[in-house]
Design a protein around this ligand. Structure first.
Ligand SMILES: [Zn+2]
Length: 209
């Protein structure tokens, strides 16, 4: 039997999906987000399939594609996430990025309908993201326009939010990207909750800090 490609990386992607689900960042319908990781040696990309439940997904369900998006390993009839184009453009434009996570996190989406950024409300944002998290205008899912909107915002900061859709975060590896995904939703929940009972005091944007 032919050895399957990138088994360990695909298992890592699967485990991150379970983490996202357990933390409420994705709904368990296989349509609430997508995750990918790039193999440093081969440049191949492991990416979640379209419409597969995260809690019962197996590592074999994670597809492997090349930099052009051609499938090089799969378990038919599974197909790659509909946001494959966005993942590919991020890897193409951001050489240091080796993991991409997109979710439909609820508190983040609440804020993204109202504001142009999620401000610095908690110290974890400083360590893991470094700047306020920008929100793009609405773009149609699965399109080149969405891919370009994501890459445009990610030039300056490793996390962004698609208005009326959800965040996209990147990292040098899956652990870093997962921590950032959790931080985006935590910060959004803190900011939302604070706004409900008063006027939040933000972390000052000082060049000397
Ligand atoms: Zn989405």
């Amino acid at each position: 039997m032919k050895a399957m490609k990138l088994e360990a990386l695909r298992e890592e992607v699967r485990a991150v999906c379970v983490d996202l689900y357990r933390n409420g960042l994705v709904r368990n319908m296989g349509v609430g987000g997508n995750v990918s990781a790039r193999d440093l040696d081969s440049g191949l990309i492991a990416i979640t399939p379209s419409h597969v439940r995260y809690d019962t997904m197996k590592w074999e369900d994670i597809l492997v594609v090349n930099a052009e998006g051609e499938v090089v390993e799969s378990k038919p009839p599974l197909i790659p996430s509909m946001e494959l184009r966005t993942h590919l453009l991020v890897y193409q434009e951001c050489a240091e990025v080796n993991a991409v996570i997109h979710t439909h996190s609820p508190y983040t989406n609440v804020l993204a309908t109202l504001y142009d950024e999620v401000p610095l409300v908690h110290v974890e944002q400083i360590f893991l993201i470094g700047k306020p998290i920008p929100v793009s205008e609405y773009v149609t899912p699965g399109t080149e326009a969405m891919a370009r909107a994501v890459v445009e915002k990610l030039k300056d900061v490793p996390a962004m939010i698609l208005r009326n859709h959800g965040p996209v975060v990147v990292g040098r590896n899956l652990t870093e990207a997962l921590n950032r995904a959790l931080t985006v939703e935590d910060a959004s929940r803190i900011y939302y909750s604070a706004c409900c009972i008063g006027k939040p005091r933000l972390i000052p944007l000082s060049p000397n800090s």
